[in-house]
Ligand binder design. Structure first.
Ligand code: HXC
Length: 514
């Protein structure tokens, strides 16, 4: 056959496969408000940068009439491309082909691109839109999931792994995203659950919609499974691209650096934190007052809001922020916020991102609910993550740093490299009111005017402990600084920590309180 005809044949074959599940299925996909798998890839990657592999892979299933079915690309698209010039591996399940269900060859395509990402040490982006294990392929589908989970774990901490939920992600399939670093969801489109509404109705006799069970709101606000929420697929793709600019290609690289930009004038650091320690404020404004261009990229914005995490840049370098949020529950650490902090600290540590911690909290949240939910076990994760992290750790105590909260929030004792405190900082075993009530109980109850005595004792306690100078006198704090000096000192601390190198005792791995 002459070359020209061979090329024509290739083009025809390509054309057929590129139609996915056919026009009708594509129409259905669009009617559901979803983009097609290839459109999604094209929109995430730089123009014309996508190169697809395994276009002609076919399934090998024979049971349940599968031998008569052609499933183009076996329902998943894999390839490589770039985002702002950074190389990435990507796969997207194609719901128009057998509901994007995962059969053996489908799984092999995914694991092939996962292996490639790990071998080439570049980020992996997975777009999930699938009915789960392909029922006709039985145990081969389950094996496929197992192979994916294993690779997710192997790649963890080596390359960034990003999951995008753009359709159903049902049954065991949810565990691949759960093993990755960042999960993106989109309003009305993402549906993520272990057991669907049908099963719940059969087993529990309860009716629940897919949306209420595992929609985008559920995972970004209640379960904490999602890290980024978007109103539309387009918004989600912009978030993914932005994330890529903050993180490194792999664990041996540092994130890309950008030009330094000054924070915007509207964020005046000395005006954000009220002098009265009982008054709330939005700690994100403090972050915006110190990061380049006041650009703070928040993660898990809607979940465990008493703690704020995210990326910003200082002097053009990526920094991970972990901050108590006095606006919500006075910024206490509880079960969820401890999980949120600990995982993010470990992410930053794995990917060479310095951590800045802004402290203002009355401690761990008291109460039977929290105790029974395991606040001891979850709270311990924060201590573990900070202690274990070897990236540069900078701490700024803005106001309250009481009790276990003081220790947990990247204190000197957990090996913070730089600890700064504002003059408004109060570092004590507990708040002045509670402390005075306990240690001066006798004096107060026996006084002629107990209330007057109580106030006097609170004042005495405050004068003695509710300030940064006792801790500064012991060297637990390196400098007591004016709020306006915060950015300058942090920039310097980041600069001089650039070649930090420490190592702990040799071990296979620790046993964190997972
Ligand atoms: C084979 C599947 C499939 C599956 C969907 N399809 N899911 N084929 N295996 N798991 C097919 C449908 O038969 C249909 O084919 C096409 O995909 C589109 O599906 P629809 O049902 O028409 O779409 P929709 O109405 O949008 O509903 C989507 C859905 C539903 C909610 C995802 O299809 C569904 O409930 N699927 C089953 C979900 C599930 O229980 N999966 C197994 C989970 S167990 P045709 O030919 O008609 O177009 C699991 C275990 C993994 O995943 C364990 C790993 C550890």
């Amino acid at each position: 056959m002459p070359l020209k005809r061979k090329i024509k044949e290739l083009q025809k074959r390509r054309q057929e496969v590129l139609l996915g599940g056919g026009e009708k299925a594509i129409e259905k996909q669009i009617a559901m408000g979803k983009l097609t798998a290839r459109e999604r890839i094209r929109k995430i990657l730089d123009d014309d940068s996508f190169h697809e592999y395994d276009l002609f892979v076919e399934h090998e299933a024979r049971d349940f009439n599968m031998d008569k079915k052609i499933l183009h690309g076996d329902g998943v698209i894999i390839g490589t491309g770039t985002i702002y010039g950074e190389p990435v591996c990507i796969f997207a399940q194609d719901f128009t082909v057998a509901g994007g269900s995962l059969g053996m060859m489908h799984a092999r395509k995914i694991t092939k691109i996962m292996d490639h990402a790990l071998k080439m040490r570049m980020p992996l982006i997975g777009i999930n839109d699938s009915g789960g294990a392909r029922i006709q392929e039985g145990v081969n589908s389950l094996a496929g999931y197992g192979e994916i989970f294993f690779r997710n774990t192997l790649s963890s901490g080596v390359i960034p792994q990003i999951s995008v939920i753009l359709g159903p992600c049902a049954g065991g399939a949810v565990y691949s995203p759960a093993l990755t670093d960042f999960v993106f969801v989109v309003d009305k489109i993402s549906k993520m659950f272990i057991t669907g509404p049908e099963v719940i109705k059969t087993v529990l006799g309860e009716e629940i919609s897919m949306e209420d069970l595992g929609g985008a709101h559920v995972h970004s606000e209640i379960s904490g499974n999602a890290h980024f929420y978007a109103e539309s697929e387009e918004e989600c793709f912009e978030q993914i691209k932005k994330l890529i600019t903050f993180i490194p290609r792999n664990n041996t690289h540092k994130p890309r650096t950008f030009e330094t930009r000054e924070p915007k004038n509207e964020f005046q650091i000395e005006k954000i934190v009220p002098g009265d320690p009982t008054q709330p404020y939005d700690v994100r404004d403090v972050v915006r007052a110190i990061v380049d261009d006041s650009d703070f990229f928040e993660i898990q914005e809607k979940w465990a809001r008493n703690l704020v995490i995210g990326f910003g840049r200082m002097g053009g370098r990526t920094v991970g922020f972990v901050c108590n949020q006095p606006l919500v529950l006075a910024g206490v650490l509880d079960v969820d916020s401890s999980d949120k902090a600990a995982r993010f600290i470990r992410y930053c540590d794995a990917f060479n991102i310095p951590i800045v911690t802004l402290v203002d909290l009355p401690g761990y949240l008291p109460g039977a609910d929290q105790e029974h939910a395991g606040v001891i076990r979850h709270g311990a994760k924060v201590l573990y993550a900070y202690s274990e992290a070897t990236v540069p750790k900078m701490t700024v105590i803005l106001r309250k740093a009481y009790g276990g909260g003081y220790i947990a929030m990247s204190s000197r004792h957990l090996r913070a490299d730089f600890v700064f405190a504002w003059p408004t900082a109060e570092i004590a075993v507990m708040g002045p009111e509670g402390a005075a009530n306990i240690i001066f109980r006798k004096e107060i109850s026996e006084a002629k005017d107990p209330e007057k005595m109580r106030k006097q004792k609170v004042r005495e306690y405050k004068e003695k402990f509710a300030n940064p100078y006792v801790a500064a006198a012991k060297g637990y704090i390196d400098s007591v600084i004016e709020p306006e000096e915060t950015r300058k000192l942090l920039l310097h601390a980041i600069e001089v920590s650039a070649s930090k190198a420490i190592s702990g005792p040799k071990k296979k791995h620790g046993v964190p309180p997972f």
